[in-house]
Ligand binder design. Structure first.
Ligand SMILES: Nc1ncnc2c1ncn2[C@@H]1O[C@H](COP(=O)(O)OP(=O)(O)OP(=O)(O)O)[C@@H](O)[C@H]1O
Ligand SMILES: [Mg+2]
Length: 269
């Protein structure tokens, strides 16, 4: 059974009431994501990726069609979903531990103060911040702050994690460390968490996901299954023929995308 279903979803930010074809930001999107899948969404700037996340989060609603999560239509944000953005959204006046604890408190009202604190510490340790429990965001690097954000999101224990270019603002080395960390945590968890992860990086998409959704403006161009199994080893995957094949396939869509844009301006490749 699909965890998330998009059924003929079209969307416009134009709230005038009349649906004009040229104002659509998403058009006729059909997508089914199963529980436990790690889906990466890739596509050029402005094609509608963040809009898709906003619809899944329940901040906006489809203009046409509907979105179902566990067989219920999305009517607004819910505790079953948590969003991580590119920019580290931490409370400046809270320590790392307090930031994570605050998130847990929002989602798990029945836990005692001690349990909340233990869980916050546990997740900070999982993301490699053993020595930063009592550190404030302004005393941390961007990569460390993003670890706190990820620790908070995981500690809130949502069924669905929505990630909008979460590693877009860190350097290449920190990025690969964060990728390894996220994969390892997801693989080690008992819970089958569904992840929808937006990225501009082909390598990141193939390395992390079980499926890559390639978007072109307003629509899904293709869905590519990635089958590296669990316990992914970076060096093995990046050297593999399968990796190159998938990368070439994504590149071909990327060039197709550029070609379409050039056609519009009358230019040619
Ligand atoms: N709040 C808004 N009101 C009106 N139009 C919007 C709004 N947010 C986004 N758009 C428009 O919707 C389209 C899709 O934007 P979206 O942010 O989903 O793109 P994206 O694929 O996430 O791009 P990027 O890779 O640059 O983040 C763009 O044309 C954008 O200008
Ligand atoms: Mg975006």
């Amino acid at each position: 059974m699909a965890n998330i279903t998009l059924d003929n979803v079209s969307f416009t930010y134009d709230s005038s009431g009349t649906v004009r074809e040229d104002s659509l930001v998403l058009k006729d999107i059909n997508l089914a994501i199963n529980k436990g899948e790690f889906v990466c969404v890739i596509g050029s700037s402005g094609c509608g990726k963040s809009t898709l996340i906003r619809l899944l989060e329940g901040l906006n609603f489809p203009t046409l069609g509907k979105i179902m999560i566990n067989d219920k239509e999305v009517k607004g944000p819910g505790k079953d979903r948590c969003v991580v953005f590119q920019h580290y959204s931490l409370f400046r006046w809270f320590t790392a531990k307090e930031n994570v604890a605050f998130g847990i408190k929002q989602n798990k009202k029945d836990l005692s103060r001690k349990e909340i604190e233990e869980s916050a510490v546990d997740y900070l340790n999982k993301v490699g911040l053993e020595n930063y429990h009592d550190t404030y965001p302004f005393q941390m690097s961007g990569g460390q702050q993003q670890r706190v954000v990820i620790a908070r999101a995981l500690a809130m224990d949502p069924d669905i994690l929505l990630m909008d270019e979460p590693f877009g603002a860190v350097d290449a080395r920190t990025r690969s460390t964060l990728q390894d960390m996220l994969l390892q945590i997801c693989e080690n968890e008992q819970k089958k968490r569904t992840v929808v992860f937006i990225t501009h990086d082909f390598d990141e998409a193939i390395f992390l996901s079980t499926r890559v959704i390639f978007m072109q403006p307003k629509k899904i161009r293709d869905e590519i299954t990635v089958d590296f199994g669990s316990r992914r080893v970076r060096a093995d995957i990046f050297r593999s023929d399968d990796f190159n094949r998938l990368r070439n396939q994504l590149m071909s869509y990327f060039y197709e995308d550029i070609g379409e844009k050039l056609d519009i301006t009358g230019a040619s490749l």
